[in-house]
Ligand binder design. Structure first.
Ligand SMILES: Nc1ncnc2c1ncn2[C@@H]1O[C@H](COP(=O)(O)OP(=O)(O)OP(=O)(O)O)[C@@H](O)[C@H]1O
Length: 478
């Protein structure tokens, strides 16, 4: 067998063990390049890839390689000699270069009339970065939920002229730190490379500029002006949807910037594949790296709250902090909202007022509907999913990924333990499984508790979290 068939065999195995998004991000770009005796050489786009694969996928790589090549199989990495753009000779790339040249003029030294950033009397365009200096990498708390996006953002910020991820797209739900990371990239670059022209712009602002440039017949000038930017940071590209003209102009601008090795970083509230925009634009957005932000686990939320509380010099007892973080699960902006409200209440009520559980409950009522509820299957599922960094839907899904199966079995066990639900109804809530599967799961968890220290620890941690959800105190550091 040659290197391609060996690697294809490995991929088959890997595909069964990692989720589709990770497979697409980390394994699809790999190219097998050689097989010598029992050593397979694969080409990866850059060093971050290497580090990420070694840190997160070494086991699955090892076992796949052993299946394909036997126990003496070895893997060699080779880093792509290109700038990390990886897909050498991709026809789409050539197309991009052509259309970029055809429809846009070369960067001009002089800002044109009607340009939204024109400063009268200044001959070279000044690029106001529009950055908010409060957002930095230092105050962005890292956790499993965001470490890929954070590390990729830092890699771009450290080396914008030579970035392997062009474009970098950071996607995730509302309030999870997309803008924070985008701004942190800009702030880091302006500190480290003061000569680089960095521009942060929201897609809405870009559209408004475009609309007014169309009115004054200066669209080419606008595009020319944008071409002076070294690092373009575009927030909320989901706003391109249904804006055909903005997509067209952005398409050309993007091509020219990328052709000139200018870094483009974008944020989006959904994965690019779900973005309803022109195919040619979507495929270009997919050239680089797409990194998602998911909701931080409880410990990371605690660290974020602590960092925000420290910066407002307010003291929050650990049990109150944990109670808040337990309830605010989906949006870090809400976590900040709760903190701001607590500070406000404390200010209004005077210095004697402590931030305690009672006050926290009062404030939380404005943010979440379910506080201190009975332990329901829903609460258990959310707690377990949060703990294992999964979506609740995964628990009811058909997937047989080890981590999901374990989380599902533990959830069933806890639902049986804490609620009155029957085996049959538990089976129903976990994707229509029958009662014997539920029984089997409960027994598996009981057995694991006796034989496996780690599972025993996880279960006691989960039970503690369930109690916290009822406001029963915390022993975490804060
Ligand atoms: N990991 C984190 N560490 C520190 N602060 C964070 C983190 N994640 C989010 N935040 C904070 O949460 C708030 C909301 O983040 P941000 O505005 O970046 O969200 P977003 O994903 O861009 O949301 P939207 O989709 O609404 O634009 C910000 O104040 C940000 O500082």
């Amino acid at each position: 067998m040659d290197h391609t068939s060996i690697w294809n065999n490995c991929l088959q195995n890997i595909r069964q063990n990692v989720d589709p998004q990770s497979f697409q991000t980390w394994f699809a770009p790999i190219r097998p390049v050689a097989l010598q005796q029992n050593e397979l050489t694969i080409q990866i786009p850059n060093r971050l890839f290497y580090e990420w694969l070694e840190e997160h996928y070494v086991d699955v790589l090892k076992s796949s390689l052993q299946q394909a090549l036997g126990t003496t199989g070895r893997l060699q990495y080779r880093i792509s000699p290109s700038r990390g753009e990886g897909r050498s000779g991709a026809p789409a790339q050539n197309g991009a270069a052509k259309s970029g040249n055809k429809n846009t003029s070369a960067p001009g030294p002089r800002p044109a009339p009607g340009n939204p950033f024109v400063i009268p009397g200044v001959t070279r365009p000044r690029i106001p970065s529009n950055l908010d200096t409060r957002y930095t990498f230092d105050n962005f708390i890292e956790g499993d939920c965001n470490s890929l996006a954070r590390n990729a953002a830092k890699a771009v910020a450290d080396n914008p002229a030579n970035t392997a991820f062009n474009p970098l797209v950071i996607h995730g739900n509302v309030g999870l730190g997309k803008t924070h990371l985008l701004q942190a990239i800009g702030n880091h670059i302006t500190q480290k490379f003061p000569n680089k022209a960095v521009l942060y712009v929201s897609t809405d602002t870009f559209t408004n500029q475009l609309v007014s440039s169309i009115g004054s017949n200066t669209t080419n000038d606008l595009v020319n002006w944008y071409q002076n930017v070294d690092v373009l940071l575009v927030d909320d590209i989901q706003q391109l949807v249904k804006r055909k003209k903005t997509q067209d102009v952005f398409f050309n601008l993007f091509n020219v910037l990328r052709q000139n090795n200018k870094a483009v970083v974008m944020t989006c509230d959904r994965p690019i594949i779900e973005l309803d925009i022109e195919e040619r634009l979507r495929s270009r957005f997919q050239w680089g790296l797409s990194a998602d932000l998911s909701m931080p686990a409880l410990e990371t939320r605690m660290a974020i709250l602590k960092s925000k509380a420290d910066s407002t010099a307010v003291d929050i007892p650990a049990n109150v902090a944990e109670f808040i973080c337990f309830h605010i699960q989906h949006n870090i902006r809400q976590l900040e909202g709760v903190l701001n409200n607590l500070v406000l209440h404390k200010g209004v009520l005077g210095d004697g007022q402590e931030i305690d559980l009672k006050l926290a409950k009062e404030v939380l009522k404005n943010f979440v509907t379910e506080i201190n509820k009975e332990v329901t299957p829903d609460v258990i599922q959310r707690t377990v999913a949060d703990y294992y960094n999964l979506e609740v839907e995964n628990l009811a899904s058909a997937t047989r990924r080890r981590q999901v199966v374990l989380a599902r079995q533990i959830s069933m066990f806890l639902v049986k333990q804490y609620t009155e639900e029957s085996l049959k109804s538990i089976g129903r809530m976990f994707g229509g499984r029958d009662h014997s599967t539920v029984l089997y799961s409960i027994k598996t968890v009981k057995d694991l508790m006796e034989t496996n220290d780690e599972i025993r620890k996880s279960l006691s941690e989960l039970e503690r979290k369930i109690r916290i959800g009822r406001g029963e105190g915390s022993d975490m550091d804060f």
